[in-house]
Design a protein around this ligand. Structure first.
Ligand code: IPM
Ligand code: MN
Length: 359
């Protein structure tokens, strides 16, 4: 029997704006839980983001990407800089990492924590508790397209949604496995969210792959919603959902709707997962860089702490992850006044301290 203890190697990209502040709180909680649960890990910080780009003209050097591949996980704060045109950092850093590291699952839990206000009247933590599994490497995100006769009255632009059998099938299979493991006491159900009535090629492929894979999971109810109807149900009957599997573009849209149902961007965490053995996954708070709050110690770090819990869960420490989640629930339920920046009743670092104390 080997006595060598696994060391989880984590690359930390604080990134732009408030990214480094919330990441620091996530790492504070990680240090505390690692000590209590006897987890060995090491971190290495990477200077990437808007400032790095403005300084060097490079968003993600190839050598840095090669370095990042060697890590078990990446914790990402935020990308987005007021002096950098939209798309450059998103495409060059975030999307490039998702594609190059083949993080083909974007896992976005929609969980209303105790004490957190949702805009949905009459709904509570029992009603808002589902997970979106978003495909993360294809669709309109693949960057295929171009202009013809640009900046003339005859200009044509096209942007291609690309779907592959391999791409949708591996995502759908992972989502079925996830639904089975989640084992919802209300019943295991995976809802495919797409638009088969209009996207009669690409989403027909998704539909057929979904039907085929569903046959391997007779214990999971295979369900289907058109994406427009899903938006209505998420607001009217969020308790209907257990796990949703969807395409990259629709997944992007419905996960922001999901984030506001769970109290906003200060709370929502996500994982970009490469489930293959040896794959490097990346975990992030969804809040963005929030430039106007930078450096004020007022931004909500709960999403970053949630991202750390996801990182632990997906690196073989489910018990540590559960402890962090329990501490988050305690802090939102009995300490914080609000989840909005500047209105929490505590500073960013105090919220981190509260989570540590609650572990
Ligand atoms: C997300 C974000 C990104 C996306 C942006 C920042 C490119 O909105 O992770 O949901 O569209 O995927
Ligand atoms: Mn999004």
């Amino acid at each position: 029997m080997s006595t060598t203890k696994k060391i989880t190697r984590i690359a930390v990209i604080g990134g732009d704006g408030t990214g480094p502040e919330v990441t620091a709180e996530g790492l504070k909680v990680l240090a505390a839980i690692a000590q209590r649960e006897n987890i060995s890990y090491e971190t290495q910080a990477f200077d990437l983001g808007g400032d790095f780009y403005l300084r060097t003209g490079d968003v993600l050097p190839d050598a840095t990407l090669a370095e990042l591949r060697k890590f078990d996980a990446i914790l990402l704060g935020a990308v987005g800089h007021p002096d950098v045109a939209p798309g450059i950092l998103e495409k060059g850093l975030l999307l490039r990492l998702r594609f190059e590291l083949d993080q083909y699952i974007n896992l976005r839990p929609v969980t209303l924590y105790p004490g957190v206000e949702t805009p949905l009247t009459g709904k509570g933590p029992d009603d808002i508790n589902f997970v979106v599994v978003r495909e993360n490497t294809e669709d309109l995100y693949c960057g295929i397209g171009g202009f013809h006769k640009k900046n003339t009255p005859d200009e044509v632009a096209n942007q291609t949604a690309l779907y592959t059998r391999k791409g949708c099938e591996r995502c759908i299979r992972w989502a079925f496995e996830y639904t089975r493991k989640r084992n919802n006491p209300k019943g295991k159900m995976l809802t495919l969210v797409a638009k088969t009535n209009v996207l009669t090629y690409g989403h027909d492929l998704w539909w057929r792959a979904f039907q085929d894979v569903a046959r391997e999971y007779s214990d999971v109810k295979a369900d289907y919603n058109h994406v427009d109807a899903c938006c209505m149900w998420m607001v009217k009957n969020p308790e209907y959902y257990d796990v949703i599997v969807t395409t990259n573009m629709f997944g992007d849209i419905i996960t922001d709707l999901g984030a506001i149902l769970q109290g906003g961007m200060g709370v929502a965490a996500g994982g970009n997962i490469n489930p293959d053995p040896g794959g490097t996954s990346m975990f992030e708070p969804m809040g963005g860089s929030a430039p106007k709050y930078t450096g004020q110690n007022v931004i909500n770090p709960i999403a970053a702490v949630g991202a750390v819990a996801m990182l632990l869960e997906h690196n073989g420490y489910p018990q540590a992850a559960a402890r962090v989640m329990k501490a988050i629930r305690f802090v939102t339920g009995s300490k914080m006044k609000s989840q909005a920046a500047g209105k929490m009743g505590y500073s960013t670092s105090q919220v981190g301290d509260l989570v540590v104390a609650a572990l």
